[in-house]
Write a protein that binds this ligand. Sequence first.
Ligand code: APR
Length: 226
Amino acid sequence: MKHLVVLSGAGISAESGIKTFRDADGLWEGYDVMEVASPIGWEKKPELVLKFYNDRRRQLLEVKPNTAHKTLKELEKNFKVSIITQNVDNLHERAGSKNVLHLHGELLKSRSTKNEKLIYDCDKDIMLGDKAEDGGQLRPHIVWFGEAVPEMHKAAKIVETADILLVIGTSLQVYPAASLIDYLPDGKPIYIIDPKRHEDRLLDHVHFIEDTACNGIKEFADLMSK
Ligand code: APR
């Protein structure tokens, strides 16, 4: 079986009703991204950060996987599929995908501010004063701007073994995640599904499907069945 590696971003969940980051002029659900998704933001206004992620978590419990998530699951019939997602939602898992690596953390997990390895399942609000067993304040298990991406090495290793790379719904503007495409072995094809072309990352061997995730995935699945 060929190894299909998928790099997904906010755009794949857009049609499920979760807003992307960069389609709203630097605002993210009305918030300044740096205020709610950075260690400095957390230091300055922890309550605001907790409220922001509590709202995102509540929203996640109300939305559903869409055709794009589901088709990626279907492709497991004919491919070994590995998904590397920048998304903190769990829509790939809820669609049934087996191999999902979260580069930027997960909304449904919390962790100690004192120890990044002390991680808990979390489907409720996190409040100031909620502590981990080491006494550290709980925070969302999310990789914020300026923080290291612990899963990056593992993700790069996965891309190195890809026969086909599918990039879906990501602006490829955030590093190191965006650099993952550089680990694809020479000559292996890249497909990009996005309604907006990103010319800056266009390479010779890229097949661009200029469409939304739910439409574009059908075209991609057709191409893969030939
Ligand atoms: N289908 C597919 N793609 C879409 C759709 C859709 N319906 N709607 C928008 N898009 C595309 C946009 O054109 C854009 O290229 O999805 C991409 C979303 O880009 P970003 O908002 O930058 O999201 P992403 O690339 O996932 O951001 C990376 O940045 O804020 C941080 O940590 C956060 O993981 C996130 C990272």
